[in-house]
Design a protein around this ligand. Structure first.
Ligand code: GTP
Ligand code: MG
Length: 298
């Protein structure tokens, strides 16, 4: 024996859960080092289950980004919560995300109660530590650790990068010994059309308020490569004509801005020049309509 311990290769699934806006998607992106999930300061930004893969020489951590768990008010809300709960039963390690700058609340208690029933290892992640001072952080760590019997409590900032590697080390430690699950170069199994639609939705969420963020859905109808150019045709759905007017803006000026912002992001993602054609359409009350939900991919 040389005294050097041979560590087995580990691979498995992890996910972050927590209230809407807790910072789950931002943290997922920070860990894999690429923008895979879109983020915004509006609650309930994430609507799909997105897998993002972190490759290390001795491990593979597959992070499943899920929507925030919330009290559903629509059929869409119910579907999203179902997605979250299904994911919980399929992962090895779960990080319950609680922002450092908000008091531990009923929502957090409710979620941590549900998690205690699962077979996965549950740890607490105190997010957005860059927003508070040391004293406040210490208080929050204490409050969070009193919530449940967590395997660990890890403070982290996805924005400054503070402790992101530590969190990965801790999560990886709870993965089972296993062969590699995804090929070396695979960052996500999300189809390109969906990633593109999400980048458009992220741009469309910028600057809109109240109910409107929830009413926006985006579907990429076509992506046609033409030489060095990718032509993309996409529909932006809203629920009412009045919302369509807001999304368009005066003489379609707002939609133009959305298109410009999204196009830059898509060009970065695809590594080609992009021509982006956006149409705004009304799909009446789609969040409550099973047929329309299916059409929009839920
Ligand atoms: N200052 C700071 N802001 C953060 C950090 N992480 C996330 N945020 C911000 O918090 C907001 C919500 O982040 P998201 O990652 O979209 O949150 P989420 O939990 O995925 O939200 P849902 O998908 O709606 O459930 C965004 O405005 C982020 O920029 C952080 O570490 N520091
Ligand atoms: Mg999210």
């Amino acid at each position: 024996m040389t005294g050097v311990e041979q560590r087995p290769y580990r691979a498995g699934f992890g996910c972050f859960v927590g209230r809407p806006n807790a910072g789950k998607s931002t943290l997922t992106n920070a860990i894999v080092g690429t923008k895979i999930a879109i983020t915004s300061n509006k609650p309930q930004t994430t609507r799909h289950v997105i897998r993002a893969v972190l490759h290390r020489p001795d491990s593979q951590l597959v992070l499943v980004d899920t929507p925030g768990l919330h009290r559903p008010r629509t059929l869409l809300g119910e579907r999203l919560n179902d997605l979250v709960r299904t994911t919980w039963t399929e992962v090895d390690v779960i990080g319950l995300c609680i922002p450092a700058d908000e008091p531990v609340g009923r929502g957090d208690r409710f979620i941590s109660g549900e998690l205690s029933e699962l077979k996965a290892t549950v740890l607490a992640v105190v997010t957005k530590t860059d927003l508070v001072d040391k004293r406040r952080l210490a208080e929050q760590l204490l409050a969070v650790s009193e919530l449940a019997d967590f395997a660990a409590v890890v403070p982290v900032s996805a924005v400054s990068g503070h402790q992101v590697d530590t969190l990965v080390d801790v999560m990886t430690g709870y993965l089972p010994p296993s062969p590699q699950l995804y090929p070396d170069d695979m960052l996500t199994d999300e189809p390109e059309q969906v990633l593109v639609a999400e980048l458009i939705r992220e741009a469309a969420l910028e600057g809109v308020r109240d109910e409107l963020p929830h009413s926006i859905a985006v579907v990429v109808e076509e992506m046609i490569p033409e030489g060095q150019l990718m032509k993309i045709y996409a529909d932006v759905y809203v629920e009412r004509p009045s919302q369509k007017a807001i999304v368009l803006g005066h003489r379609a000026s707002r939609l133009k801005e959305v298109g410009t912002t999204a196009r830059k992001q898509i060009e970065e993602l695809l590594g080609t020049r992009v021509y982006l054609d956006l149409h705004v359409r009304v799909a009446k009350e789609w969040q409550r309509d099973p047929k329309q939900l299916r059409k929009l991919g839920f």
